[in-house]
Write a protein that binds this ligand. Structure first.
Ligand code: F6P
Length: 362
């Protein structure tokens, strides 16, 4: 066994541009302190015996900050799931926890950095209750954790949305068509809202503002009357018409609907109600893959470095958080309890409306 302090890092849940930047930041900062870093593969699953892990050092992580995905691999299901569906917290089985604890003890890991969303951080807290010190790093491409003003991956996602809208714009203009782009955002419409405003969308539909097909069609016809013969619509995958339900495939036992297809329904209704030729396009995982933007690389590295300093300060059970241009921390317990949703009366929606963007609400 080494005399050096050894810490672990894992990422869990859906991947997100900037994860490798976090790993780079953690590894660099830990090695400056003379610590060793164990990277666990495939999320918490890497904690199961015999322990699927790799030793990380600055040579291994050189140049990874610019890469999308994660060199550690990840899963968003498996043995450690602690939130099923929305707000339904369950305990990870004790025999699984015992196995994870045994792996961490055998590898002499003194503290574990968990990079994940609200579900993974809830699991992290359960691990901490087993006596393993934990610190968290928030990871949500949807940028919907109240406790941090910004998460890495979001800027890369909206950059992909803007790129898609720029491309759809030229073909929409040429054919005088309506183009409907579906983007990620299960409970929160931040990707649709930011991507839509920056990409010049004319109509933005988000989960927080139920829409009606009549109002969406009216907005298209109104544009037509004003001489605009093409229209760009951005719809978040979790947006619903008033009184309607989510569009997607029920995956049975998992309690989650795999969202997909609301753009088809919106496009169909627009064409039926306006007579305008309309096409739909689902951006899907193109907005989650690929290289992180400069902003996400920097944010990821800063979050990784801060996670190591939280361990150094003994601030266990805390999560890195970005507030007012400063990387600080908040207790994980507080951080996971509240998601941040788009405020229908907030400044961003109001600004969008001020430049003529419709949200399709009655
Ligand atoms: O929560 C992040 C998210 O990107 C959602 O917006 C989306 O519904 C989901 O992940 C997709 O997950 P998967 O990779 O399992 O299809």
């Amino acid at each position: 066994m080494s005399d050096k302090i050894r810490i672990g890092v894992l990422n869990s849940g859906g991947d997100c541009p900037g994860l490798n930047a976090v790993i780079h930041g953690v590894t660099g900062a830990a090695h400056q302190l003379g610590w060793e870093v164990v990277g666990f593969r495939d999320g918490f699953e890497g904690l199961l015996p015999p322990g699927n892990h790799m030793m990380l050092d600055p040579i291994k992580t050189a140049g990874i900050a610019k890469l999308g995905g994660t060199i550690l691999g990840t899963v968003n299901k498996g043995h450690f799931v602690s939130i099923i569906g929305k707000d339904n917290v369950q305990r990870v089985p004790s025999e699984i926890m015992d196995q994870a604890k045994a792996t961490l003890e055998r590898l002499d890991v003194r503290a574990l950095i968990v990079v994940g969303g609200d579900g993974s951080l809830t699991t992290a807290l359960q691990i901490q209750k087993e006596g393993i010190p934990v610190v968290g790093v928030p990871k949500t491409i949807d940028n919907d954790l109240e406790a941090t003003a910004m998460t890495f991956g979001f800027d890369s996602a909206i950059t992909a949305v803007v790129d898609a809208l720029d491309r759809l714009n030229t073909t929409a203009d040429s054919h005088k068509r309506v183009m409907v782009l579906e983007v990620m955002g299960r409970h929160a419409g931040w990707i649709a809202l930011h991507g839509g405003i920056a990409g010049g969308a004319d109509i933005i539909l988000v989960p927080e503002i139920p829409f009606t097909h009549e109002k969406v069609a009216e907005a298209v016809l109104d544009r037509e009357r004003r001489g605009y013969h093409s229209t760009l619509v951005v719809v978040a995958e979790g947006a619903c018409p008033v009184g309607g339900t989510l569009t997607g495939t029920d995956m049975g036992g998992s309690g989650q609907i795999r969202l997909k297809g609301v753009s088809d329904a919106v496009a169909y209704e627009i064409e039926a109600r306006t007579g305008k030729e309309t096409r739909s396009c689902i951006l899907g995982h193109l907005q989650r893959g690929g290289s992180p933007t400069a902003l996400d690389r920097i944010l990821g590295i800063r979050f990784g470095v801060k996670a190591v300093s939280l361990i150094k300060e003994g601030l266990f059970g805390h999560m890195v958080s970005y507030q007012s241009y400063h990387v600080g921390s908040v207790p994980i317990e507080k951080a996971v309890e509240k998601l941040r949703n788009v405020d229908p009366n907030g400044e961003l929606v109001t600004s969008a409306k001020a430049i003529g963007i419709s949200f399709g609400h009655p």
